[in-house]
Write a protein that binds this ligand. Sequence first.
Ligand SMILES: [Zn+2]
Length: 180
Amino acid sequence: MHISPENVEVLFGKGAELTIHKMLYQEGQYASQQTVTLVGPRKRIIPNLRILGPCRNLTQIELAFTDAVQLGIDVPVRMSGDIEGTPGAYIMGPKGFLEMKNGVIRAARHVHMSPSDAAFYKVKHLDTITLKVTAKGCTTRFDDLIVRVDPTFKLEVHMDTDEANACDLDHADKVELFKS
Ligand SMILES: [Zn+2]
């Protein structure tokens, strides 16, 4: 979950702020100590949904498709931040309850890279690129990875747990990016 400062206060109480659990690979990004419970339309829940920090100006939930199906939410594939017309959800925190009108997405697979990485791969911001994961018995190609270029970015692919499990990423021998 990404969250606005106002919604942190709704869920965790007045004056509450995110605190760092673990730093992530991208500069300044972290998994916070704060978690919430998502309540879906069939009263099924996802407990211990982790909030990523720092705060953003909009609140958004990124689910793997398996989790969305289990909840009963028909979730669209979107780029982070593109949440118009997406489903909402009810979120329970320790100090309050948040009704999200929209913002539940399956995050579009993407790769973060610096301008020099982009030059190396001969791509620019918002191009697409292909990732090939070589793993015993389930070598898989992921097309349509969206390229995101920023001077602060380090080279890193972001995919969800469904995608990682499908190609047995944990036991993969090789990962390669190439122009589609
Ligand atoms: Zn990302």
